[in-house]
Design a protein around this ligand. Structure first.
Ligand SMILES: Cc1cc2nc3c(=O)[nH]c(=O)nc-3n(C[C@H](O)[C@H](O)[C@H](O)COP(=O)(O)OP(=O)(O)OC[C@H]3O[C@@H](n4cnc5c(N)ncnc54)[C@H](O)[C@@H]3O)c2cc1C
Ligand SMILES: NC(=O)c1ccc[n+]([C@@H]2O[C@H](COP(=O)([O-])OP(=O)(O)OC[C@H]3O[C@@H](n4cnc5c(N)ncnc54)[C@H](O)[C@@H]3O)[C@@H](O)[C@H]2O)c1
Length: 588
């Protein structure tokens, strides 16, 4: 994937910025991540740039909203748009076919597809193009992880010796690593901006506020307002770090991922609160880099649930713990909440008060050099004017149906208004945001489309990587019990794969969860070298409804890591009747 061309294809433009994934309707569903947090879900602490850019104090005037009630199950019909609204004073002709609020990867993906479909499109951005993923998420974090992967390899005497290599002690220049991450973000941001400009998307600068159906105002806070009308509007305003009540972020010693990605320091001892994707990826970075000038670095995980990495398939989680946690300078406290965190001050270290997650009794107080708060993300809807359209957020998220259509406080669809990406909380992943945007554009251009979120892959870019698609084994068994079908599991090891062994990277497992009666793939989980790339054979099969009895005949080049999946599908035991050919054989 390349971001270098301005004529990026959709998948290039989205998948690269995103290149990975997480769950969603599965365990890492963003809505779940707030289940034990305070009732105030929108984090009041934002990085300075965003706080300024959005002028948080701006009070929005409530306009007389006119709501159009549609039966909640009504399907979108592109041709009845104006007819259904023009009687209410809504404009009959529009400045744009589509206006998108928020130019993150979700908005960008939607904009590019809209242009391809011939829609006159504008995108409103209140801060910088690229949003979280490009500026404070996927892109800079993967740059840091690229460095940590190499450092880890070069520092492993055992690994080097096995390959017959001799290298002098590996070191790094912190500022150089930080510059690599920052430069990459700048490059990708420019590419995203150029791709939209060159395709004719109007980039409108300022905070976007929905004034009513099909009407948006935008502009810098305090400057004259501009109003634009659009046949359809997509909200794609993303999310910000969620910081639980009682935790004081100073940006230096108590930080969120926004700060950590700048790599202003590598402390000797950092507590990471939350062992989800951000926590795990940063533990990989920190333990590989060690503090400057030494190879010492201690990470302490603080996790509210009873096990680390609670979102993964338990078997994969166990293996990941054996490889990614136990042999490294990492210890952990599980089943505890960090209730109060005070930044370092006046020579005193960062102090962290822990309580038992179940009994709520005080458990411990830790003193560390720094703390990274990685306790999930909060949707960002400030200044959007949801009150103008009678939309009430649910735990901060904008309620949508399966077609990303926004639902108002009375349970009715708001006409011509969609919400995609982190702001709707269905699946907080870059490529999910983009795919939702593409799905919406399909709908507004007349083709009904419902995105199958269960087929969206996710990956954690540790060394080695973890990836997954579909259900975990416990989820599949629960579903099977409810619906009355049988579940089987097949596994293959990287230890038997020639390419993995040639790379001296034989530690790994692929796991297939499936229905033996009909060969349906329910979930695939991979831990091992390049797991994030390998998952796509499974996710594409799930998206296209390909069954095991068919995919097992697909041919894989030898020797490649993809043979791990080939073996996996071949080792599944699908019942004979499901494998009967449905058509005559074709000679190829
Ligand atoms: C450290 C980290 C690493 C991550 N790594 C990965 C990864 O490897 N793979 C992956 O798939 N996902 C990853 N994610 C998640 C990914 O970044 C998000 O899922 C993705 O950015 C969501 O895209 P979005 O378009 O919904 O929102 P965002 O990217 O947050 O973009 C929203 C945009 O809307 C703008 N905006 C907000 N309100 C307004 C308004 N009223 N008017 C105008 N503009 C507005 C914002 O300024 C922003 O530019 C990571 C996240 C973090 C924090
Ligand atoms: N590779 C990727 O795709 C990638 C990488 C980073 C982030 N992301 C996205 O960003 C989002 C946010 O990531 P994240 O790691 O912050 O969230 P997460 O939801 O993945 O994990 C948060 C963890 O924090 C724990 N937790 C919450 N409050 C706590 C408290 N007070 N004390 C102790 N533990 C607590 C939760 O149990 C959970 O394990 C994710 O939803 C993910 O989709 C994706």
């Amino acid at each position: 994937m390349h971001y270098s061309s301005v004529s990026l294809s959709l998948s290039q433009a989205t998948a690269t910025a995103a290149s990975a994934a997480i769950t969603g309707s599965r365990n890492y569903n963003a809505r779940d991540s707030f289940s034990f947090s305070s009732s105030k879900h929108v984090n009041p602490r934002f990085c300075g740039l965003r706080r300024e850019a959005f002028g948080f104090s701006s009070s929005l005037t409530r306009s007389n909203s006119h709501r159009v009630h549609l039966p909640s199950r009504q399907r979108f019909n592109a041709s009845n748009v104006s007819a259904s609204l023009s009687g209410n004073g809504t404009p009959k002709s529009f400045d744009y076919d589509l206006v998108i609020i928020g130019a993150g990867v979700g908005g960008h993906g939607a904009a590019l597809h809209a242009v391809e479909k011939g829609l006159k499109t504008a995108i409103i951005e209140g801060d910088v193009v690229g949003g979280t993923c490009v500026n404070r998420g996927c892109v800079p974090s993967k740059a840091l992880l690229a460095v940590s992967g190499r450092m880890r390899e070069l520092q492993s005497e055992h690994h080097m010796k096995a390959l017959g290599l001799q290298v002098a002690a590996a070191g790094y220049d912190r500022q150089g690593v930080a510059d690599h991450a920052n430069n990459l973000a700048t490059k990708i941001r420019n590419n995203l901006t150029n791709s939209m400009k060159s395709l004719g998307v109007d980039i409108l600068t300022g905070v976007g506020t929905v004034l009513g159906p099909q009407k948006v105002k935008y502009g810098k806070v305090g400057s004259p307002e501009n109003i634009v009308t659009a046949k359809d509007i997509i909200i794609a305003t993303g999310s910000v770090p969620f910081v639980p009540k009682g935790i004081e972020v100073d940006g230096k010693t108590v930080i969120t991922s926004d700060h950590a990605l700048k790599l202003e320091s590598v402390p000797d001892w950092i507590a990471i609160v939350g062992s989800g994707y951000i926590g795990l990826e940063f533990s990989d970075v920190y333990t590989a880099l060690g503090s400057e000038g030494t190879d010492f670095m201690q990470v302490t995980f603080i996790e509210a649930l009873d096990q680390l990495m609670p979102g993964f398939d338990p078997e994969i989680g166990k293996l990941a713990q054996r490889v990614l946690i136990n042999p490294r300078n990492i210890d952990y406290h599980t089943g505890v909440f960090a209730t109060k965190i005070t930044p370092a001050k006046d020579g005193k270290p960062v102090s962290i008060e822990l309580i038992d997650a179940k009994t709520k009794e005080p458990k411990d107080t830790l003193e560390v050099d720094a703390a990274l708060i990685a306790t999930g993300r909060a949707p960002f809807t400030n200044g959007l004017g949801l009150e103008n359209i009678n939309v009430v957020t649910q735990r901060g998220f904008i309620p949508v149906d399966e077609r990303m259509r926004v639902i108002d406080a009375n349970g009715n669809l708001v006409p011509h208004l969609f919400c995609i990406g982190d702001a709707n909380g269905k699946m907080m992943l870059a490529h999910a945001a983009s795919a939702q945007g593409i799905s919406v554009v399909e709908q507004v251009t007349g083709r009904d489309h419902v995105l199958n979120h269960l087929s969206i892959p996710a990956a954690c870019f540790t060394h080695p990587e973890i990836s997954m698609v579909g259900l975990t084994e416990p989820q599949a068994r629960e579903k099977a019990e409810k619906e009355g079908f049988e579940v089987s599991v097949a596994k293959t090891s990287f230890k038997a794969n020639t390419k993995a062994l040639a790379e001296n990277e034989g530690e790994g497992l692929a796991k297939l969860i499936y229905r033996p009666d009909n060969g349906e793939i329910l979930g695939v989980h991979i831990f091992g070298l390049h797991a994030a790339d390998l998952i796509h054979e499974a996710s594409n099969a799930m998206a296209l409804g390909t069954r095991i009895q068919d995919i097992k005949f697909a041919v894989h080049a030898h020797p490649t890591l993809s043979e791990v999946l080939d073996e996996l599908f071949k080792s599944a035991k699908v019942k004979a009747e499901a494998s009967k050919p449905v058509s005559e054989p074709v000679a190829v």
